[in-house]
Design a protein around this ligand. Structure first.
Ligand code: AMP
Length: 410
């Protein structure tokens, strides 16, 4: 069996896969770690529990996870010695990691070096790695980086036009995020179209609370919308996406806002929330727009327009688009947004089939372009955990097992 672990600042998410990653035996999430009433969810086959308890720290959370897996681990309860390897989601690998890696002391040391680039994410990731290594000391552990796939980007795309020496000295560059999701979705898209990913130019629209549009050409990232931090790019739930950096100076110097206030505004009060004034949740915004709320309509128009603009830019960057893939909460579940995004994309050979787009079934992959559309539009439910498990399996488990080709085979 392969265990995947995703450790956030106050959460622990885990999934236990069968050895060939074809089946999820158990999964769970412990949230609000450190608070008096952490919420605990564990599902294994027919068994399901939702409860609250005091979980002091990640160590307690890991102990609870092990206990629950031990008692309710699907078809083979009680025997965690079946776990062959553990895969960890690692948010930021800077430019130090270009692919998934078996964790050694040297890897942990490099991960510690990346903390300043992801101060909120990398410390809990490291805690998770250390705790899991204590609990499962005899199996290999693998780190799968959100940033690794984007390391395949060419210099002309990842560099900012800042003084070159400064960028080199301090690793000031576009890192991109949602790389694990994007890699999974591009590989599945190629599978769906029965074409090798190396022959395709794909634009992946990861549209969730965070939004990333990524151009994948020949299995490598040609460009991606998010940059150094998680703030730039397309419009997001509460984040502004691209703005002119000159605006920050104006807000500070002429409107008297402190840097902390500007940061709070750009990260938490902008995007869909800032424009609609109602919510960052697209479901709410769509409902309100349908009832005539003009700012919610505007939020939808702006959101779709910006994603569409990135698609156009990336089509130009790659010399065309063979497939457009939608994923994540909004991309998988909102026919309205997919339709808006695809409006006017006929000139790229991407034409939606209205009925296919509206009739998608939650959780299922499907082609939503018309049969006579020269190129394809698809919906692919993302599965970062599966991607992590597949990499883990290939690097440290029984070997590549996938229906989709993952990391370099050893
Ligand atoms: P994620 O970050 O991938 O979990 O996506 C979260 C976002 O997906 C939420 O903010 C919702 O706005 C959006 N979402 C989920 N379901 C739907 C739906 N049925 N229609 C529109 N948006 C949705």
């Amino acid at each position: 069996m392969i265990l995947t672990v995703n450790c956030g600042s106050s959460t622990l998410k885990y999934k236990l896969f069968s050895g060939n990653v074809s089946e999820v035996r158990a999964e769970g999430q412990i949230s609000r770690i450190g608070g008096p009433d952490a919420s605990i969810r564990h599902i294994a086959g027919e068994f399901r529990t939702d409860k609250k308890a005091r979980i002091r720290d990640h160590r307690d959370a890991f102990a609870l996870m092990t206990e629950m897996l031990h008692t309710h681990a699907g078809r083979s309860p009680g025997d965690l010695s079946d776990i062959e390897a553990v895969g960890h989601r690692a948010v930021h690998g800077s430019d130090l990691f270009t692919e998934s890696t078996v964790i050694t002391e040297a890897v942990i040391h490099k991960l510690e070096q990346t903390i300043p680039l992801a101060p909120l994410h990398n410390p809990p990731n490291l805690t998770g790695i250390r705790e899991a290594m204590k609990l499962f000391p005899d199996v290999p552990h693998v780190a799968v980086f959100d940033t690794a796939f984007n390391q395949t980007m060419p210099e002309k795309a990842y560099l900012y036009a800042l003084p070159y020496e400064l960028s080199q000295a301090h690793t000031l560059r576009r890192f991109g995020f949602h790389g694990t999701s994007c890699r999974y979705v591009s590989l599945r898209t190629a599978e769906m179209l029965s074409a090798p990913v190396t022959n395709l130019r794909i634009v992946v629209c990861h549209l969730g609370n965070g939004v990333t549009v990524t151009a994948v050409s020949g299995g490598k990232v040609a460009d991606t919308s998010i940059g150094f931090a998680t703030l730039g790019g397309a419009m997001m739930g509460t984040r502004s996406g691209d703005i002119d950096p000159g605006l920050v100076f104006h807000l500070h110097r002429n409107l008297g806002m402190s840097l902390t206030e500007i940061e709070e505004m750009l990260y938490r009060k902008s995007g869909l929330l800032g424009i609609s004034g109602v919510s960052n949740d697209m479901r709410v915004i769509e409902e309100e727009a349908a009832e005539g709320n003009a700012r919610c309509r505007l939020a939808i128009e702006m959101f779709s327009y910006r994603v569409r603009s990135y698609i156009g830019a990336y089509a130009a960057a790659m010399g065309g688009v063979d497939a457009l893939a939608f994923t994540a909460g909004i991309g998988e579940n909102s026919p309205r947004i997919r339709e808006d995004v695809c409006a006017n994309l006929g000139f790229l050979g991407l034409t939606l089939d209205h009925d296919r787009n509206t009739d998608t079934v939650h959780g299922q992959e499907c082609i939503i372009s018309r049969d006579d559309s020269p190129h394809h539009v698809v919906v692919v439910p993302t599965d970062e955990e599966k991607m992590i498990a597949l990499d883990t399996c290939a690097l440290a488990g029984p070997g590549p097992v996938s229906d989709i080709k993952t990391v370099k085979e050893k």
